[in-house]
Design a binder for this molecule. Structure first.
Ligand SMILES: *Cc1c(COP(=O)(O)O)cnc(C)c1O
Length: 404
């Protein structure tokens, strides 16, 4: 043990990311002297409004949209809700069919589940064992009464990238609006709403170094949605409530930086990702990569380890100052493993032994090497005491296990 204080390592950027200093500096005046309401007609209001519109331009530029196609929301969850429920309410009234996938974020899946209560029908496309949907199956699943296709650009747990351009083209050929949850994709892969045939796109500030509690829905000109929050008619009537000006300014600055630094940051994250993916199976036996080898976000690593609970591994690494995450659901008080890992066809105990590392622009090779140094010892200690390990005495340990 070293005497110096432990420097913590953060490998959980898909959960949230740090507000960059430039972003923080851009936001700060909007909490203090530039506090105006963007709807006010006096100079305070006009100042807030102008900064908000500049942010809208930066955000639009990041995804090749027009500024007038951006609707600010309270985050990715609200943007997904507005897209799914907004189209359903406009198009279907109380019936119609929605095509989505079984590995969507809960913001999409739960919005669809909610709509089912009102008579909508929902098809959740399965994925292959490496987490990609099949275009042929998507085409077969479309119906006369399909009102919306919703397929995420990239998955938050296993980082798989879906063929959204082709799905978008398919939906467009049938005149069906196409929504994509791009919360994890922004800043990590190129997204172009025109090239990718996207009608609705959800994003979230805190997943790419902007603040929490701010996001946006891109709504292609001509795509009709019903607002889900009614009031003073802000955001062209699509999302009422006094705009979160500091948050919007921060989101705009984060977008500007994501575009400016795209080449260097994605290359750096990819280098770290590939090192971890290559080295982990070399230093730890019986470690398997979840997700796709190449159709994968530059910052996502997701491994499963035989005979280990992801939860325990995560806690052990945390004690060593390394923050990672797991799809194992013990932390939420449920024994159900992640719906995404189960969709890959994994057994319960396999899905429980999982570890996710999501890299950020500020991570370094030194940090990766520290992780690779610590991991084997932690894994072998956990395996020694694991009730899952056939090699250890059965029933040697009671309780504390999340696999029954
Ligand atoms: C984080 C996340 C969301 C939710 O975004 P919030 O801004 O936290 O509400 C939605 N979809 C995906 C894929 C996410 O990773």
């Amino acid at each position: 043990m070293t005497a110096s204080p432990m420097k913590r390592i953060y490998f959980d950027h898909s959960a949230t990311s740090r507000v960059l200093p430039e972003v923080f500096e851009a936001m700060a005046p909007f909490y203090t002297e530039r506090f105006g309401n963007a709807s006010s007609l006096h100079s305070f209001g006009r100042e807030a409004k102008a900064s908000m519109e500049l942010a809208r331009k930066h955000l639009a530029a990041l995804i090749n949209a027009e500024p007038g196609e951006i609707v600010f929301t309270s985050g990715g969850t609200e943007a997904d809700n507005l897209a799914v429920k907004g189209v359903a309410a406009y198009k279907g009234r109380s019936k119609g069919h929605i095509l989505t996938t079984c590995i969507e974020h809960h913001a999409v899946l739960e919005s669809c589940a909610y709509l089912k209560r009102f008579g909508f029908e929902v098809t959740e496309l399965p994925v292959s064992k490496d987490g990609i949907i099949d275009l042929g199956e998507a085409e077969k699943a479309l119906r006369e009464d399909t009102v919306l296709v919703s397929v995420m650009a990239a998955n938050n747990e296993i980082g798989t990238i879906q063929p959204i351009r082709q799905i978008g083209a398919l939906a467009r050929s049938r005149g069906i609006p196409f929504h994509t949850d791009a919360v994890q994709a922004i800043g990590k892969m190129g997204i172009d709403v025109k090239r990718d045939n996207i009608d609705l796109l959800a994003l979230s500030g805190h997943k790419f170094h902007g603040p929490k509690g701010i996001g946006a829905l891109y709504v292609r000109k001509g795509t009709r949605i019903e607002p889900q929050i009614h009031g003073g008619g802000h955001e062209r009537g699509l999302r009422s409530s006094t705009e979160n000006v500091p948050g919007i300014v921060g989101l705009g600055k984060a977008a500007e930086i994501a575009k400016r630094d795209f080449a260097s940051t994605t290359e750096s994250m990819k280098g770290l990702r590939d090192r971890i993916i290559q080295r982990v199976p070399e230093v730890v036996p019986r470690a398997y990569l979840n997700g796709h080898m190449t159709q994968r976000l530059v910052n996502n690593v997701n491994f499963r380890f035989d005979f280990i609970e992801g939860e325990a591994l995560m806690l052990q690494l945390d004690m060593k100052g390394i923050a990672v995450s797991t799809g194992s659901a013990c932390s939420t008080g449920s024994l159900e493993p992640s719906h995404v890992l189960m969709a890959l066809g994994l057994k319960h105990e396999q899905a429980h032994g999982n570890l996710r590392l999501t890299l950020g622009r500020e991570n370094t090779y030194e940090e990766v090497d520290r992780f690779l140094e610590v991991l084997p010892g932690v894994v072998s200690r956990l395996r020694e005491i694991s009730p899952l390990n056939e090699a250890t005495a059965k029933g040697a340990r009671e309780g504390g296990s999340c696999v029954q």
